[in-house]
Design a protein around this ligand. Structure first.
Ligand code: FES
Length: 122
């Protein structure tokens, strides 16, 4: 069902774990399947310097978590807020249509983590 790229990322995911002194944490659930994704970010001068994830979910959720955390490293928080699930799916060279909803978790978890960071700045 999955292409080679997705299978490779799922087999060797990057950024697994939790940043203990994270500046922003986002945790979201997928109402369709009940899966959960948590992303923690380390942010310096508005730039994401580290990103990690913990995902209880399917192969597509894990592959998109790994890819999305790789993509946001080095981005400013405002750039990362604009990251869409479609860009993550494109980076993975596609997902089966019934698995697109899984990629939405990564986009939402990053947005939540950045909003958490922004709320702590105030
Ligand atoms: Fe739940 Fe993919 S089936 S995130």
């Amino acid at each position: 069902m999955y292409n080679d790229k997705v299978r490779e990322v799922f087999a060797n995911p990057k950024n697994v774990g939790f940043i203990e002194d994270a500046d922003g944490v986002g945790k979201v659930g997928n109402p369709t399947c009940g899966d959960i994704m948590e992303i923690s970010l380390k942010i310096k001068d508005n730039v994401i310097v580290d990103a990690k994830f913990r995902t209880f979910g399917c192969a597509a959720a894990i592959a998109t978590s790994s890819t999305a955390t790789e993509m946001v490293k080095g981005m400013t928080v405002d750039q990362a807020l604009k990251l869409t699930n479609s860009q993550v799916v494109e980076e993975l060279e596609g997902l089966p249509p019934q698995k697109i909803h899984c990629s939405v978790l990564a986009e939402e978890a990053i947005k939540e983590a950045i909003n958490d960071y922004k709320s702590k700045q105030k």
